[in-house]
Design a protein around this ligand. Structure first.
Ligand SMILES: [Fe+2]
Length: 289
């Protein structure tokens, strides 16, 4: 892997993150104070890619903006663990092996049932190699790696597109855990895999959203895990999650004054009142620093 290739990949990941963030802010400005945008799991969105594929941040944004914010927040469903999980995989985000076919980068986040991020969430990925074979014994733990999400609940996995083995479509196994003991064990799938329909465990809600596929087969995708526990607002008072506590947040709070609206009930005591206003005013300003 050349340094230039690495830098190009990083640039694309950064670009997609920026685009998603921009669309998220735009959406919140239109739908204050709903947070349910983030509950419309990117994994449930579909983008059919045909022919030569190009960067699709605009399509991603349209998909996000077009999502029905009125849908319920559905947690990521569990999926079978299978027989090949190994404890003790190295802590790493890069599993890529140049000789194992197309590179795959998945950028995503872990959120709670309230759609707020789970900082430091644990993720443990494992998958088959290009021939559909798992490394079940070597000390290299090929295509196995655990990691922790960052303070925004975001993770990145750089790997190869998994191979298939008899009876299964392409898939990546993963365990996800937040602050509580429950571990979500599930699998990620890939849209348009012809083997999906005949697979008894495949579920469309577990498909990654493919953002970009390059002519050489390299794929950039995203998936948001939603686990069954509360998340953490990294910026108390930023009820619309646009990384600033400002007039828009104040307007939202006042609009729901005296209600139990969860988006503006900052302290979670069941009532939007002066205590929440105090927190908001105390946090006034930019939350990005
Ligand atoms: Fe498997």
């Amino acid at each position: 892997m050349s340094g230039n290739r690495r830098e190009r990949t990083d640039a694309r990941v950064f670009s997609v993150r920026q685009e998603v963030e921009r669309k998220r802010i735009a959406f919140h400005e239109k739908t204050l104070p709903s947070r349910r945008f983030w509950c419309d799991d990117a994994g449930s969105m579909r983008t059919t890619l045909q022919g030569k594929l190009v960067v699709l941040p605009i399509l991603l944004g349209l998909a996000l903006l077009g999502a029905d914010s009125g849908e319920e927040c559905d947690p990521t469903i569990p999926n079978i663990e299978g027989p090949f999980y190994r404890i003790g995989a190295p802590e790493r985000t890069d599993l890529y092996i140049p000789t194992e076919g197309p590179r795959l980068t998945i950028v995503g986040e872990v959120v709670g049932h309230d759609c707020l991020p789970i900082p430091g969430a644990w993720l443990d990925f494992w998958q088959a190699d290009s021939l559909g074979i798992y490394d079940n014994a070597s000390e290299d733990y090929r295509f196995r790696g655990q990691q922790f999400a960052d303070e925004r609940g975001e993770y990145i996995l750089v790997t190869n597109l998994p191979g298939v083995y008899p009876g299964r479509p392409k898939h990546i196994h993963v365990k996800v855990q937040g602050e509580i003991d429950d571990v979500l064990t599930t699998q990620l799938y890939f849209p348009d895999d012809p083997l999906n329909d005949s697979d008894p465990w495949h579920d469309r809600s577990l498909e990654v959203l493919v953002i970009e596929e390059l002519p050489d087969g390299e794929i950039l995708a995203t998936y948001r895990f939603q686990i069954d526990e509360p998340g953490v607002n990294p910026c108390p008072g930023d009820v619309n999650q646009d990384d600033a506590v400002d007039g828009s947040d104040l307007s939202a709070l006042l609009g729901f004054w005296g209600t139990d609206d969860p988006s503006t009930d900052i302290n979670g005591d069941g009532l939007v009142d002066g205590l929440d206003l105090s927190i908001l005013l105390g946090a006034w300003g930019d939350c990005t620093s």
